[in-house]
Ligand binder design. Sequence first.
Ligand code: S3P
Length: 189
Amino acid sequence: MNNAHKPSETVDRAGIASRLDRPLVLVGLMGVGKTSIGRRLAGALGRDFVDADEEIEKAADRSVSEIFEEHGEAYFRDGERRVIARLMEEGHGVIATGGGAFVDPETRALVLERGVAVWLDCDLDTLVERTSRRNTRPLLKTGDPREILFNLKEQRGPAYAEAQIHVVTGDGPHDAAVNRILEELAAWL
Ligand code: S3P
């Protein structure tokens, strides 16, 4: 799986794009890079990209933090489930989801049936460092972020592991992760 040394040109992007008839859905913990990697992945395949959290914010006309503050997590999860179902229906190329989305059994079943789930995974230190750059994640404000991320990694691991594709990314450039995903996809399709 460690093919980061290969230049990305060795992956047949056009071949993958022509065989791929379902949305690629990026899942994994906060800070793993789902949005940045998803955007680049979509570009590499000539597909559109959509970020589920952004769509939830647009639909609610509120930030994720405001939704958590005003209505609580259960309300956010309801909206998240509905928005992702809509995005799946609309048939986007690449969809980045919030870290908790794929843990929901209904969302997970839908994504596994109608899409290709790509679990992006990395070490705890990288997650802690990356999430510390922004103050927009309500779940990390309730205690020590490292401890919270450690626990979420443990709790959510089994759900993420159901994804069809698993790519471990390092703290290196996102393009290396994109290349790794493309190689895994080429082998899987
Ligand atoms: C969450 C992750 C966030 C966002 C919300 C809850 C989670 O998205 O959906 O703060 O439960 O892990 P990112 O994974 O894009 O940070």
